[in-house]
Design a protein around this ligand. Structure first.
Ligand code: MV4
Length: 459
């Protein structure tokens, strides 16, 4: 890996591939898109300087096909690879292969990706760095060990897969008599899902908020944070709305969370952008959950309040540049809210593949739309149902809320159902308006009839 990056292969598709191409163009870096046969006429293919077909529709044969991606990079003379989010973005083996092939992987070092992918190791590492973690265990090796842990911690507890993450492979135990049985199921399911049956136990926080800190770390030991994102509006661990800053954080708790995050990444020598996920309980105590070693879908709300282009920062860091130019204290201003627009039924959440027959996106002051779809676009059943993100900025939360509601009223997507009616309903709920909601809000309060009413023509 020598010299600055001149040509980036984007090992991804959809809106994030466009996002990376846009960052590269502004930096005068050439781009190579890769695509499956299904994505031949996708915008990332058209916006990139070059494009290479890497396989058929199923992602395992194209966007996850490491030999084909590396071949595409060699064929086109790319000197760097940006993995986006999802797909290979947190695969340490992919980052390692890129390095071995002389490609600059735009992301953290493989060691840190592997460390954070192992949730038991991540938890231990963070605890050693002085970051608060919940009472819990290492890998559980026997029922006796699990019973002992629950005696110490008390119920409820949660059993998590060490190779899981993002809410996958978790089981709540509310009654110690169910522990042995649930443990066996959790281990079997972890083995089947991740090829690794290791599980661990933590005290279960019943009504937490999910708050994450964005960090930016260069290769010279400098690390800063770019404040938090509030991500508690989710369903089945899929975030739906994110905002920055969080309405739930007092200045003192925010300061403590930021300090813990920066101390942690400095302690481990982390490089690149990353996110530390915390749970905040009802008593203003926060606990480390996971660290994401990629750019995230919701990075835009941080960009909107800080003025920092996080993808360009990833590239600068990969180039070995220092963070000196980042002056967050001067930039953080106002409030941003993001709505993820999904091609799915707004009531039952079933995916809605099909052709978009008419499309209009919102605009105007303070509104950003990151999307790869257009009129005539065919939403494929092979990939994620997210068709774009609408982000609104305001000088305060109230203005951001009014603006995102206005923006959502301007959207037209015809031909397929989307979750826009769900957003319109959500943004009017008192709990959302007052900022008093936790991770269970959507699943507990969803009102199908009221969401259906939002799907009717509004005027
Ligand atoms: C928890 C938890 C409560 N207690 N761990 C889900 C995503 C993953 N990053 C961590 N997650 C959680 N871990 C303990 N010890 C609650 C969540 C959680 C959650 C749990 C059930 C339903 C929705 C949730 C949404 C966010 C986080």
């Amino acid at each position: 890996m020598k010299g600055p990056i001149r040509k980036v292969l984007i090992a991804n598709r959809g809106e994030i591939a466009l996002r990376v191409i846009r960052a590269c163009r502004e930096m005068e870096i050439r781009t190579v898109a890769v695509h499956s046969t299904v994505d031949e006429s996708a915008l990332h293919v058209r916006f990139a300087d070059e494009a290479v077909c890497v396989g058929p529709g199923p992602a395992t044969q194209s966007y996850l096909n490491i030999p084909n991606l590396i071949s595409a990079a060699e064929l086109t003379g790319a000197d760097a690879v940006h993995p986006g989010y999802g797909f290979l973005s947190e695969r340490a083996d992919f980052a390692r292969v890129c390095g071995k092939c002389g490609l600059n992987f735009i992301g953290p070092r493989p060691e840190h990706m592997a460390m954070m992918g192992d949730k038991v190791r991540a938890r231990q590492t963070m605890a050693e760095a002085g970051v608060p973690v919940l009472p819990g265990t290492g890998v559980i090796t026997s029922t006796a060990e699990a019973l002992e842990a629950v005696e110490r911690i008390g119920v409820p507890v949660i059993i998590k897969a060490s190779a899981g993450g993002g809410g996958r492979g978790m089981k709540i135990v509310r009654d110690a008599s169910k522990l042995a049985e649930t443990l066996a199921t959790a281990q079997a399911e972890a083995q089947a899902a991740f090829g690794n049956g290791d599980v661990y136990i933590e005290r279960y926080v019943t009504s937490p908020r999910h708050i994450e800190i964005q960090v930016v770390c260069d290769k010279h030991g400098n690390a800063i944070d770019l404040l938090e994102r509030e991500c508690s509006i989710q369903r089945r661990h899929q975030k739906i709305i994110e905002e920055a800053p969080s309405a739930a954080l007092s200045d003192s708790v925010r300061a403590a969370m930021r300090k813990a995050a920066v101390a942690a990444v400095k302690a481990i020598g982390y490089q690149s952008v990353g996110t530390l996920e915390f749970l905040l309980d009802g008593e203003d105590k926060f606990y480390f959950m996971e660290m994401n070693t990629r750019i995230q879908v919701e990075h835009c709300v941080t960009e909107m309040i800080t003025g920092v282009d996080l993808v360009q920062e990833q590239i600068r860091i990969a180039n070995g540049e220092e963070l000196g130019h980042l002056d967050r204290e001067h930039h953080a201003r106002g409030h941003a809210i993001e709505c993820r627009i999904n091609a799915e039924d707004p009531i039952n959440f079933s995916p809605q593949p099909g052709t978009i027959t008419a499309l209009h996106f919102p605009g105007g002051y303070g509104v950003r739309v990151d999307s790869h779809v257009y009129q005539g676009y065919r939403v494929s059943p092979y990939y994620d149902s997210m068709i774009g993100k609408v982000i609104a900025w305001g000088k305060d939360r109230d203005q951001a809320l009014r603006r995102i509601r206005r923006a959502l009223d301007e959207i037209v997507v015809e031909g397929i159902r989307t979750n826009v009616p769900l957003h319109r309903w959500l943004l009017k709920q008192e709990a959302f308006v007052t900022g008093r909601y936790d991770t269970h809000f959507l699943e507990q309060k969803l009102d199908p009839a009221a969401v259906a009413a939002e799907a009717e023509p509004q005027n």
